[in-house]
Design a protein around this ligand. Structure first.
Ligand code: GDP
Ligand code: IMO
Ligand code: MG
Length: 422
């Protein structure tokens, strides 16, 4: 019996997909509690790369039921594409994908509003344009469409007509643009019909599943959390572990382990402050060797050194009980590796994130240097066989964060993993 969670510790894309895939091996249910198709979680089945956006990564383990919780915003067109992709891979989907009744629905109108907001602000936030923000706005405005509305054609049509009228009355969209979206609306209604068989009340199912093994899959990362992240350059949900209670109806008090996923360095995609961002050759090398391009939008990810100030904050916000460090192999060729230990804000040395959170764009990182290991580590299978300087780097991070680093990932494939005893 276990109830564990995986959350992103940084600005997303930490390698959550790979770690969820690893930890879902003996799990009965994998559930997501927030976000939607803005996520891009990469896993490898043998040599085949698979990117999942809305369906939890547990989908690749056939014994596992996948729940898309009420806290998510569901894009029917995207879900149908993912279901078809799983079917093509000969992965069974029947009776193992549950979309909660009360999850909110992303429509072509929401995606249009997202795109036009981005165009108007010259991509200031740099959203994924998947309609995430506008759909959560509707949820909190109490005018949203929910999965349960898809179960009756007339309810769906009524609500869509109402929402479209609201959008036209409030100049969110023009009649001209609505005409241009004709094909997308068709696809939307078709997808709503097709996915309706997966829509269920998941509450009792999830509570019963707590008698077995349940794994929660976070999307995005703590610094993108709408409350605890680098607001307003955030996503529109609570991606930190606090979102689990509201996004699935499972109380946090029942959680056993909360594992934070961190890259051995840092990346961020989209706008917003990033204290350790590198604009030099090191940054380019991290991006190049790390193949740092967004799994959802293909945009290049901004790269920088590991940020301990942010990581310590993230450990506190999430109540982390363990950590997985990914992409340690990407540091193989660096002579010197840096870790930001403090921020300098106008000459003041700061160690607590909240003191700087509103001033992150003027922060200067203060670094501690480590020597690199300059050797390949991709095929090592135990901690003691890692080069000494790599061990030193890991031990330093865990000592400073104060949370055990129990998993180290050294390549994108399933077997490229080092597990350490608790
Ligand atoms: P997620 O959104 O947190 O699931 O992460 P993404 O899938 O967006 O991005 C992580 C990328 O890093 C993917 O391309 C993974 O295949 C890759 N990856 C994960 N762990 C490792 C690792 O330890 N080493 C290397 N080289 N790649 C990794
Ligand atoms: P995974 O789950 C990295 C970023 C976007 C943008 C901001 C708001 O793969 O780690 P949104 O479309 O959510 O309104 O965009 O959040 N963002 C992510 N960055 N990984 C993600 O997901 C992200 N999901 C959203 O780039 O800066
Ligand atoms: Mg991703």
């Amino acid at each position: 019996m276990s109830f564990d969670a995986i959350v992103g510790g940084q600005w997303g894309d930490e390698g959550k997909g790979k770690i969820v895939d690893l930890l879902s091996k003996n799990v009965d249910v994998v559930a997501r509690y927030q976000g939607g198709a803005n996520a891009g979680h990469t896993v490898y089945l043998e040599d085949k790369k698979i990117v999942l956006h809305q369906i939890p990564t547990g989908a690749l383990r056939e014994d596992c039921v996948c729940v898309l919780g009420n806290g998510m915003v569901i894009d029917p067109i995207g879900i149908l594409e993912e279901i078809n992709k799983l079917k093509e891979l000969n992965i069974r989907v029947n009776n193992r994908i549950y979309i909660d009744y009360f999850s909110h629905i992303v429509t072509p109108i929401h995606k249009f509003i997202d795109r036009s907001n981005e165009a108007k602000t010259n991509n200031e936030i740099g959203t994924t344009c998947k309609g995430i923000g506008p759909t959560y706005v509707d949820k909190y405005k109490r005018i949203g469409l929910r999965a349960v509305d898809l179960l009756s054609n007339s309810d769906l049509q009524d609500k869509m007509d109402k929402r479209l009228k609201f959008a036209l009355d409030n100049n969110e969209i023009s009649n001209e643009a609505v005409k241009d979206l004709k094909e997308e609306f068709k696809l939307f209604y078709h997808a709503c019909d097709k996915i309706s068989i997966y829509i269920k009340d998941t509450f009792e199912f999830l509570h019963n599943a707590l008698k077995k093994n349940v794994l929660i899959e976070g999307a995005q990362g703590t610094l993108l959390d709408v409350d605890y992240g680098t607001y307003p350059y955030v996503t529109s949900s609570n991606c930190s572990s606090g979102g689990i209670g509201t996004g699935l109806g499972l109380p946090g008090s029942k959680l056993n382990e909360i594992t934070g996923i961190f890259k051995a360095y840092t990346t961020r995609v989209g706008g917003g402050p990033f204290p350790t961002e590198l604009f030099n050759e090191d940054g380019q090398t991290l991006g190049h060797i790390g193949k740092e391009f967004g799994a959802t939008t293909g945009r290049p990810r901004r790269c920088g050194w590991f940020d301990l100030v942010a990581a310590k904050y993230s450990a506190k916000v999430n109540g982390l009980t363990s950590i997985a460090i990914t992409k340690l192999d990407i540091l193989n060729s660096f002579k010197t590796i840096r870790v930001c230990t403090h921020y300098d804000v106008n000459g003041k040395k700061i160690k607590n994130m909240t003191e700087a959170l509103n001033n992150l764009d003027i922060v200067k990182p203060i670094y501690k240097e480590f020597s690199g290991w300059n050797t390949e580590i991709e095929n090592i299978d135990n901690f003691e066989s890692l080069p000494e300087s790599a061990q030193e780097y890991i031990k330093y991070l865990e000592l400073e964060i104060g949370v055990k680093i129990s998993i180290i990932s050294i390549g994108p494939k399933r077997h490229q993993i080092i597990l350490r005893n608790k």
